[in-house]
Design a protein. Structure first.
Ligand SMILES: CC(C)(COP(=O)(O)OP(=O)(O)OC[C@H]1O[C@@H](n2cnc3c(N)ncnc32)[C@H](O)[C@@H]1OP(=O)(O)O)[C@@H](O)C(=O)NCCC(=O)NCCS
Length: 220
C-alpha cells in the first residue's frame, strides 16, 4: 500500500505480520534486551523491512540503531524512515544523493483517543478538520492529521537535528490525498534555502492510515 505514496527514488517494504525469519544484529538485540514482546516484535520486523529495502538499493545489511532522539542510524549515504503500529510495519530507504529526507507514519484508521486532538493541533487545524468531516464523515481526519505531523517530525529531524513540537507546524490536509505543512519554526538551510514547508501524501485504506513525506533534490 505504501508505494502509492512514494516516488520511485525510494525502496520500500511493508508487512502486516511479524515474519518468524526476521533477525537482529547483536547490537540491535542489546537495544531491546529488556523490551516487552510488542516492542521487540515491532523493532525486529521494521528492521527486517528496512534490510529488504536496503538490499534493493544495493546496500548491505547493517545494524540500524536508534540514535539521537530515537532517530534510526542509517548506513552512510542512505536516508530512510520506519514506522510500526498494530498490524502494520514499514520502512522506506533511498540514496542520499537522490532523496534529501523522508518520513513515514502509520496509524489505525480510527478516531484519535479522547483528549489527544487538542494537544496536537492548532486552532486553524481543528477548524479545517471540522470542514473535512462535514464533507466526508467516513474518514478519520483527526488521525490523519496526527499521522501527518509525525511524518513531518521524522522528515524534519534528520536534517534539523532538533525537536519540532506539534505546535511548530501548521498542516492542511487536502481531500485529494496530499497535505502541506507550513513550518512555524526556523528550519535549517536545505539546498541554500531555509526549510519552511513540506508536502506529503496520505491514504486511508484497509483499516490503516499511512502518511509519507519525501523531499527530493531540485532537478539540475
Ligand atoms: C518519534 C515519533 C514521531 C514516532 O512516532 P510513533 O507514531 O510514536 O511511532 P512509529 O512506530 O510510527 O515510529 C517509530 C519509529 O520512528 C523512528 N524515529 C524515532 N525517533 C525519530 C526521530 N527523532 N527522527 C526520525 N525518526 C525517528 C524510529 O525508526 C522509530 O522506530 P524504532 O524505534 O523501532 O527505530 C513520536 O513518538 C514522537 O516523539 N512525536 C513527537 C514529535 C512530533 O511528532 N512532532 C510533530 C511535529 S509537526
Amino acid at each position: 500500500m505504501i508505494e502509492r505514496l512514494l516516488p520511485g527514488e525510494l525502496a520500500w517494504r511493508e508487512t502486516r505480520t511479524d515474519p518468524p525469519e526476521a533477525w537482529l544484529f547483536p547490537e540491535e538485540e542489546a537495544v531491546i534486551a529488556r523490551a516487552v514482546d510488542k516492542r521487540r516484535r515491532e523493532f525486529t520486523t521494521a528492521r527486517h523491512c528496512a534490510r529488504a529495502a536496503l538490499a534493493e538499493i544495493g546496500i548491505a545489511a547493517a545494524p540500524l540503531l536508534p540514535g539521537e532522539r530515537g532517530a534510526p542510524g542509517w548506513p552512510s549515504g542512505v536516508v530512510g524512515s520506519m514506522t510500526h503500529c498494530a498490524g502494520y510495519r514499514a520502512a522506506v530507504v533511498g540514496l542520499a544523493d537522490a532523496v534529501l529526507t523522508t518520513g513515514i507514519d502509520a496509524e489505525p484508521h480510527e478516531p484519535l483517543p479522547d483528549g489527544v486532538l487538542g494537544a496536537v493541533t492548532l486552532d486553524g487545524e481543528r477548524a479545517r478538520i471540522e470542514e473535512l468531516l462535514a464533507a466526508d464523515p467516513s474518514v478519520h481526519w483527526d488521525r490523519i492529521l496526527f499521522s501527518a505531523k509525525e511524518s513531518v517530525y521524522k522528515a524534519w529531524f534528520p536534517i534539523a537535528r532538533e525537536w519540532l513540537g506539534f505546535e511548530d507546524a501548521d498542516l492542511t490536509l487536502h481531500r485529494d490525498g496530499t497535505f502541506t505543512a507550513h513550518l512555524l519554526k526556523t528550519g535549517p538551510e536545505v539546498e541554500g534555502v531555509p526549510l519552511t514547508s513540506f508536502t506529503g501524501r496520505w491514504l486511508a485504506d484497509e483499516g490503516l492510515i499511512i502518511t509519507a513525506i519525501t523531499r527530493l533534490p531540485k532537478a539540475g
